[in-house]
Design a protein around this ligand. Structure first.
Ligand SMILES: Cc1cc2nc3c(=O)[nH]c(=O)nc-3n(C[C@H](O)[C@H](O)[C@H](O)COP(=O)(O)OP(=O)(O)OC[C@H]3O[C@@H](n4cnc5c(N)ncnc54)[C@H](O)[C@@H]3O)c2cc1C
Length: 368
């Protein structure tokens, strides 16, 4: 073993939080050769998005990376990097039993002239990203689905969906293979180690057990603020709820083959995931309790729901909480002190941005 490898093996890093931010950070750092602990009390619970334990399990897993207006700036760079990394990573976590693939493409339909105008602009600027305009003449199928004459839309050939449950299972399997240490406990507090000759940080668990670490990466969504408060770091996050409804369709849809992996219309995402079943999700609500009004809005498609939606029955529904940074852009990627980093505040695009954020953490630890 060369000396750099040996040094990394001695460097112990704890990741607090086993949602997508924590799992991908653990995956990336362990591949780099560090000794990694992933800590989350829910690590051994059954993964099931009908009864989600965290934001990741509740999510739809949509990657809207290329269909993004800007061509520069932090948000663009994170998206661009992540879309490339997901391709690479999916080939590394490809197990037949988990079958995690990027389902493509994504179609977005315009609901106003203004939206269509910005789609025209986007398709002109982002041709090399696999974005194509869908004009009025190509929308016969969608006109029949939504029972109205639509103005236009976009198809993004490289955007799509990673089924979050399959994704978590694949990543967890990889973590077992790279032999990271999973600790299914809740972290009570973090403290700085006063002994200069020892590892700099101490993690204290609910059962009074503690471990000393070289680095801590906090990926604990809303709980991040509580863990950091005693260290004098104020991180402001607010809960934003997302709802998903699984509909059982009673009216037949003529041609499922024309349905893309993701259909986005009126800011609602439609995923046809099983025969005659559709997942719909979108709402953005402050707080932690699902609101009936927002659910109703989603189901009525702003009072323009087609017959198949009106006749459908709700089979399941679930919600999850995302942590939105207050007064700062999401996500929060910071080195707060030497050895203390955060990768959190993932709000809308936590799944999409996970690999680029994990890589950012790796670069800080490597001092680049
Ligand atoms: C309904 C819905 C749909 C969504 N759809 C999409 C989508 O299509 N595409 C997309 O990219 N994003 C989507 N998102 C957003 C995405 O899910 C989030 O951005 C992402 O899951 C955030 O991941 P995270 O790891 O930061 O947080 P979480 O997944 O919430 O994980 C945080 C973890 O920290 C752990 N934790 C907390 N406190 C402690 C502690 N003291 N000790 C140890 N562990 C602790 C928790 O147990 C939890 O497991 C959606 C979200 C929702 C709710």
């Amino acid at each position: 073993m060369n000396s750099q490898k040996a040094e990394k093996k001695k460097t112990e890093i704890s990741i607090i939080g086993g949602g997508i931010a924590g799992i991908t950070t653990a995956f990336h750092l362990a591949k780099k050769g560090y000794q990694v602990n992933l800590i989350d009390p829910t690590l051994n619970s059954e993964i099931n998005n009908l009864n989600p334990k965290n934001g990741t399990q509740a999510s739809l897993g949509i990657l809207m990376g290329n269909i993004y207006k800007r061509s520069k700036g932090r948000a663009f760079l994170l998206r661009n990097k992540s879309m490339k990394l997901w391709k690479e990573w999916l080939s590394q976590i490809n197990y037949s039993e988990t079958d995690c693939i990027l389902e493509k493409p994504l179609i977005k339909l315009a609901s106003s002239d203004k939206e269509y105008q910005s789609m025209i602009e986007l398709s002109n600027n982002k041709k090399e990203y696999g974005i194509e305009l869908l004009d009025k003449s190509s929308l016969n199928f969608w006109n029949s689905i939504f029972e109205k004459t639509l103005i236009g839309g976009l198809i993004s050939h490289e955007d799509g969906r990673l089924n979050p449950i399959k994704l978590i299972k694949s990543l967890m399997r990889s973590l077992d293979q790279i032999k990271i240490n999973k600790i299914d406990k809740s972290v009570k507090s973090i403290s700085k180690n006063s002994n200069l000759f020892d590892k700099s940080w101490t993690i204290n668990f609910e059962n009074n057990h503690s471990i000393n670490q070289d680095y801590i990466v906090i990926c604990s969504a809303l709980n991040t603020q509580k863990l950091l408060k005693s260290l004098g770091h104020e991180i402001l996050l607010e809960p934003i709820l997302g709802q998903v409804i699984e509909l059982e369709l009673k009216t037949k849809i003529s041609n499922w083959k024309k349905w893309p992996a993701i259909l986005s219309y009126q800011s609602i995402n439609f995923i046809h995931h099983k025969p005659n079943q559709m997942l719909i999700g979108a709402t953005i609500e402050r707080g932690t309790k699902p609101s009936r009004l927002d659910k109703q809005k989603m189901l009525s498609l702003n009072n323009g729901a087609p017959t198949w939606m009106i006749n459908a029955q709700i089979k399941h529904e679930w919600s999850g909480i995302r942590a939105r940074p207050i007064n700062e852009p999401a996500p929060l990627l910071k080195q707060l002190e030497p050895g203390l980093l955060i990768n959190t505040g993932h709000y809308r695009n936590g799944i999409l941005l996970a690999p680029a954020c994990a890589e950012w953490i790796g670069l800080q630890i490597e001092g680049k």
